[in-house]
Design a protein around this ligand. Sequence first.
Ligand code: PLP
Length: 393
Amino acid sequence: MTMNDRFAPLMPTAARPPAVMVRGEGSYLFDESGRRYLDFVQGWAVNALGHCPPELQEEVTRQAAELLNPSPAYFNAPQLELARRLVELSGLHHVFFCNSGAEANEGAIKLARKWGRLHKDGAYRIITTENSFHGRTLATMAASGKPGWDEIFPPPVEGFRKVPFGDVSAVEEAMDPETVAIMVEPIQGEAGVVVPPEGYLQGLAEVAERHRLLLILDAVQTGVGRTGSLFAFETEGVRPHILTLGKGLGGGVPLAALVADEGSSCFEHGEQGGTFNGAPLATAVGLRVLETVAAPSFLKGVRDAGARVEKAVRSAASPIGVQEVRGRGLLLAARLAEPVAEEVRDRSFEMGLLLNAPRPDLLRFMPSLRIRSEEIEEMEGLLGQACREVGSG
Ligand SMILES: *Cc1c(COP(=O)(O)O)cnc(C)c1O
């Protein structure tokens, strides 16, 4: 059987290199031929503690022997404990667990629409931003500002209006009596790690306050320590009405959360749910991740490592010209002087370094939050070589 025959049963939804991954350990991934890769993608910022961290192995094994799923019709202990910690740490009041970031955002959209029906004369429209990414369900695709996304599966779900990211006054101009909420990422991830101007979130919070709108923060990519603070908004003195978390929260198992404050949490029995939601396996793992990441010394480690990665990237990519290295904590991107990011990514892959190239001129770095100095040095060496080869080729 050729490799292509072997891959054929899968729907071709993504371009993937012809390697089959079989094992992970910390910052390293191994394919079935035994090749080792230094992983600066980590499942798209999912494996917050790296591949197969010992405490999550222990938690999965322990919980799997105890209780996998009593059904969402009953409470379970890990779900209650994780909800309690999320409420405590976020300053919000109620949690709904789900299995993906898209599902959390879909829930946030439903919650905002319900709130609009109850408290704002049926207002339902949500202002989102250009180039944003909120997921791949029909509604979250419509909410996303990825160019062309409203034309793939017509008709698009109605009720979203896009404004430029980083521009508070554009939100006020786009508002109308039907508007119920503003939904943004604290830092746009898939758009290429776009950091908004200082005071942006605060400005949005003020607009929301003034016009009685809900502020929804999609921290699916930025939350759970990725940016060096727990949720990526609290350092700006802002508290959203609704917060969505995913990716890193499960440390590699499917887990996401919709978190809301008292005023906006208005689901009643039967209006939201799901077969796997809040099952103890995922929530027990999420609790271990959250307890680890929330420690102040851990978050300081993320910020320090981020500064080292930034310096390493700047130096390694200099042969092809670096316009800027942007981002926060361990969510970083390098904008290159030439559109050669995919070439650099492919050359790095061949040398055993996994990188993501979200745009033709952009490389993104999302290593384990536990990345070690030696691993950052190794990345610098490999990336430097890839950049020299691409630069001279
Ligand atoms: C990845 C991502 C999502 C979607 O999460 P899935 O788990 O892939 O559904 C939503 N919002 C942001 C900001 C993301 O980065």
